[in-house]
Design a protein around this ligand. Sequence first.
Ligand code: NAP
Length: 283
Amino acid sequence: MTAKIINGKEISEKILNEIKIKVENLDIKPTLAVISVGNNSASEIYVRNKENRAKEVGFNSIVKKLPEETSKDELLSTIEKLNQNPDINGILLQLPLPKHLNEKDFLDKISPIKDVDGFNTYNAGKLFKGETPYAIPCTPKGILKIFEEEKIELEGKTITVIGRSNIVGKPLSALLTMKNATVILAHSKTKNLKELSKISDIVIAAVGKSGFLKEDMIKEGAIVIDVGINRDNDGKITGDVDFDTIVKKASFITPVPKGVGPLTIAMLISNTYELYKIQKGLE
Ligand code: NAP
């Protein structure tokens, strides 16, 4: 079997175009504010991408670039000003923060109704209770969008998610559970990962280790989603999946790049638009 390679870039362009058309008809455009602290080169690329995408769909985009030595109080004050500013619809705190700042001190300070990443406790709690949060974390939401676009039914499926981070694995497991899948949430202490992934209809790798998921860890015809973004020594970006061998055994596979990554940004734009509508009473 040779897998269908899912074109995440194409799906994301479709979503962004739909939003762009809706935004053209708005007198007041949605505004996304991104706070970036310090000089992380990977973060700078991500922030620029987010800014460009926001502008392409007709949003206003604000980047608050703070120096590496920003204090806790200064960052809290920046967040609070954006919370209070009625012109700002979505606030994103770019992670990771410099070492002296702990993200836990800040994520809950973003107003839940502007929490475009869906990372704060209010929105995460709503998600885990099976209720509707203001925003759902972008990468898990993007992965659900892939399943929807490819007409992949989730109900009754056994799904192994490898990685239990707050930004990918945990919220994804909650969303898949809501879709009536049976979820195995694996992590570094999981003892029999290969046995679990091999019985799974869908395997989602969010580990952060290049080529971690090998061909002998999936069953014939499994659906494989690669969340990983790993940079090797010469700057090449690779996923968590051993693509060249798994593509011959799976039924669907997402590539890296042009798989999950573009969906994450598209969902950030989609979340900003949804928050804008809620704040304007258009929902
Ligand atoms: P993270 O916070 O570093 O979490 C990694 C997870 O992998 C942890 O739960 C860890 O287990 C688990 N793990 C590590 N080694 C393992 C092993 N040998 N066996 C099983 N599980 C293992 O990572 P993250 O933030 O979720 O990101 C994961 C990857 O996705 C990274 O490459 C990141 O760059 C990428 N990413 C991509 C996008 C996108 O848009 N495509 C978005 C976000 C992240 P423990 O909990 O036990 O430590």
